[in-house]
Design a protein around this ligand. Structure first.
Ligand SMILES: *Cc1c(COP(=O)(O)O)cnc(C)c1O
Length: 376
């Protein structure tokens, strides 16, 4: 059997081990230390002057804390993009709140401004104003920030920017991860950079960052003994993981370049194939890191389906995967309200993600090409 080609696998730059060794040499083997502070500073510098980053154990933890910081409680409602990974929505339920799912738009695949406003109006008419909006930059493609921010302002509902897949992407020159009232990042093993597992909360002010760290370290009041006035969590990033992150920051932009090259690679393969569309930026105002490159197959035009491609790749031990299955179609969320049509559902039925890692070499590419050539 040929080696497996993964959708997106960890890609070390080389200096990660030095930061990890330093942590061992200085005995900072704990969920705090110089690498945690250093990684936060690296991210702040990369994202934008003045932002405040708290390094956490996962992106999911960051979303959970974002909801807590926005005072989402039992009985509240939170709007969430339906087409996303379940981790965007699960923390709403951790808080005892109800997710209200909203469909995507067809050009960015992200939360549709029209359905979003319709959802807000209807929830208010039903007697409850949503507490927050979770918008996602799916596969690294920025959502329409201008329009979403205008709606957020009009109804005074804060946005949690789920930028788990979009570190390195930007919207009109502004980095994704700085566009929300609170933003989150993920450093899971399959993401654009990894700390083996980790995440971050990005706040616009130092006070919010410190509050996030307070909740992430068991909500200890200031006292010599253990004193608690609030429920806390164990969500801080380990100094070992942060060491990996510091090394990864040195190669982030280079790796974004490689991922974008994978997108060009697929554009070139399918450029003359009718019925196959490679997901790319709808306008030059946005820049996607192309965390994953995806295609949509119109079976009637193409004469084959996305699933046929997936199975052909699988035969050669090459991983590909259907797009995220929308949350409103998930059994666990079947009772949650939904606003929209069939855009995300159609994307799910007709799309697949193709191998997109920054570490795919010429041999990997030629193996992928030889399978995909059968489809043009
Ligand atoms: C990966 C991901 C998360 C969760 O991040 P973890 O670090 O894996 O907890 C949240 N939202 C989206 C859109 C993701 O892709």
């Amino acid at each position: 059997m040929k080696d497996k080609i993964y959708l997106s696998s960890p890609h070390m730059g080389g200096t990660e081990r030095e930061f990890v060794n330093e942590a061992f040499d200085t005995n900072w083997v704990a969920p705090l230390g110089p690498n945690v502070n250093g990684f936060e500073q690296d991210l702040q510098k990369y994202l934008k002057e003045g932002v405040n980053v708290a390094a956490l154990s996962s992106g999911t933890a960051a979303l959970h804390l974002a909801l807590i910081l926005l005072d989402v409680k039992s009985g509240d409602e939170v709007i969430c993009q339906s087409m996303t990974f379940s981790a965007s929505a699960n923390p709403i339920v951790y808080q005892g709140a109800t997710p209200i799912f909203v469909d995507s738009e067809s050009d960015t695949w992200n939360i549709c401004p029209k359905y979003l406003e319709a959802a807000i109006k209807d929830r208010i008419a039903l007697g409850k104003k949503p507490k927050a909006i979770i918008a996602v930059h799916l596969y690294g493609m920025p959502y329409k920030w201008d329009e979403i921010a205008a709606i957020s302002k009009k109804y005074d509902i804060p946005v949690i920017e789920d930028s788990a897949e979009a570190l390195g992407s930007s919207y009109k020159g502004k980095k994704c991860g700085t566009l929300g009232n609170i933003s989150i990042l993920s450093f899971n093993g399959n993401k654009i950079i990894t700390t083996s597992g980790g995440g971050a909360l990005v706040a616009n002010d130092e006070k919010t960052k410190q509050k996030a760290i307070f909740y992430a370290t068991q909500a200890r009041d200031e006292a010599p003994h253990y004193q608690h006035s609030q429920i806390g969590y164990n969500y801080r990033m380990s100094n070992i993981c942060a060491g990996i992150g510091r090394g990864q920051m040195e190669v982030l932009d280079k790796h974004v370049g490689y991922r974008r090259d994978m997108n060009f690679f697929y554009q070139d393969i399918f450029k003359d194939v009718s019925g196959v569309t490679v997901f790319t930026e709808p306008t030059s105002e946005v820049f996607s890191n192309h965390w994953l490159s995806c295609i949509i197959v119109d079976e009637a035009k193409a004469g084959f389906s996305a699933e046929t491609i997936r199975l052909a790749l699988e035969k050669e031990n090459i991983e590909s995967r259907p797009l995220w299955k929308p949350m409103h179609l998930q059994p666990v969320f079947e009772n949650a309200p939904y606003y929209g049509g069939k855009i995300s559902e159609d994307l799910f039925h007709n799309g697949i993600c193709l191998p997109s890692g920054s570490n795919l070499n010429a041999i990997d590419k030629s193996r992928i090409l030889s399978v995909l050539r059968g489809f043009n």
